[in-house]
Design a protein around this ligand. Structure first.
Ligand code: GLN
Length: 291
């Protein structure tokens, strides 16, 4: 028997990564090489670095099959983080799936601002409104074990994911979960020193032009009504009922909302109102103090 004219290509770590990143690049997928590496490392259950230590290792048929199925889903737009089921936030791994928004890098800034206002070693009371996968609440609870954090979400599915994350990160005893709309489930609590939130804030127009990947995330976590301000405005009015004097409100906001947010915060009687930009230069964080 003569050998086939074109022997099947030998798929090893190196060739598979090269092929996939080229394909991702052609399709305009963000960070093509990184995505390919994350997906392959996930299938081979190793770290990204380990891929380079086994660069010539051939893939078993079973591994190839699993990898191919992930690549097909990625090509249809499913976000890499949902496919691998995890995303790092504030240097900790978080489980992510379609129950909640994938943590964004910009949101780490909200945690930075919150921590700056919560000196170590002091007991504070903080609420994280619309906790989603729990990344803000858990980061604060782990960085400030002496502070009590109440994390709320209207969506029980999101709360169940947040609780799984808490379990994986050692179940911090200072973190409490409450299901309900904004701050409403906290009614019986004593005054809070801080309310922090990354609520849904995309406006109707932004929702119509969503990146394909974002379309896989829950609308409930993104849709802020016509001008994106629906939940931000409600929270600005609701927070003073829960904050102690000099308590802080810290919000993640959309890049075009700085002016409206500033007006609403001043109108509601807050002081120390300020808007900060993210690393990309977009207005992203609003702070205000209840007086
Ligand atoms: N920053 C997110 C995005 O651009 C939106 C997050 C939110 O609405 N809280 O997709």
């Amino acid at each position: 028997m003569s050998a086939p004219a074109h022997p099947p290509p030998l798929w090893n770590v190196s060739s598979v990564l090269r092929w996939t990143s080229q394909k991702f690049q052609k399709l305009g997928i963000d960070a093509p090489r990184l995505s390919a590496e994350l997906l392959l490392a996930h299938v081979l259950q190793c770290s990204r670095i380990a891929l380079y230590l086994e660069y010539e290792r051939p893939l078993e048929p079973e591994e190839l099959r699993a990898y191919r199925s992930l690549i097909q889903r990625r090509c249809k737009g499913e976000p890499t983080q949902y496919l691998i089921g995890s995303k790092e936030f504030y240097s900790r791994p978080f489980l992510v799936d379609s129950r909640a928004l994938i943590p964004r890098f910009e949101t780490e800034l909200l945690v930075d601002f919150a921590l700056e206002k919560l000196p170590k070693g002091q007991k504070h009371r903080v609420a994280d409104v619309g906790t989603g996968c729990g990344c803000i609440a858990l980061s604060l609870a782990l960085e400030r074990p002496e502070t009590d954090i109440w994390a709320t979400d209207i969506c029980p599915r999101a709360l169940s994911l947040a609780q799984e994350n808490a379990h994986h990160l050692g179940s911090p005893p200072n973190l409490h979960w409450c299901e309900g709309h904004l701050l409403s489930p906290l009614a019986p609590c004593a005054p809070l020193d801080m309310v922090v939130s990354n609520p849904p804030y995309l406006c109707a127009q932004e929702l119509q032009n969503l990146q394909r990947e974002v379309g896989f995330e829950p609308m409930l976590a993104l849709d802020g009504g016509d001008d994106g301000m629906q939940l931000l405005s409600k929270l600005i009015l609701q927070a003073p009922l829960f904050l102690a004097p000099k308590g802080w409100l810290l919000l993640e906001i959309g890049e075009h909302q700085a002016e409206k947010i500033t007006q609403q915060l001043l109108l509601a009687g807050y002081s120390e109102v300020a808007i900060y930009k993210d690393w990309a230069g977009f207005h992203r964080i609003a702070q205000a103090q209840f007086t």
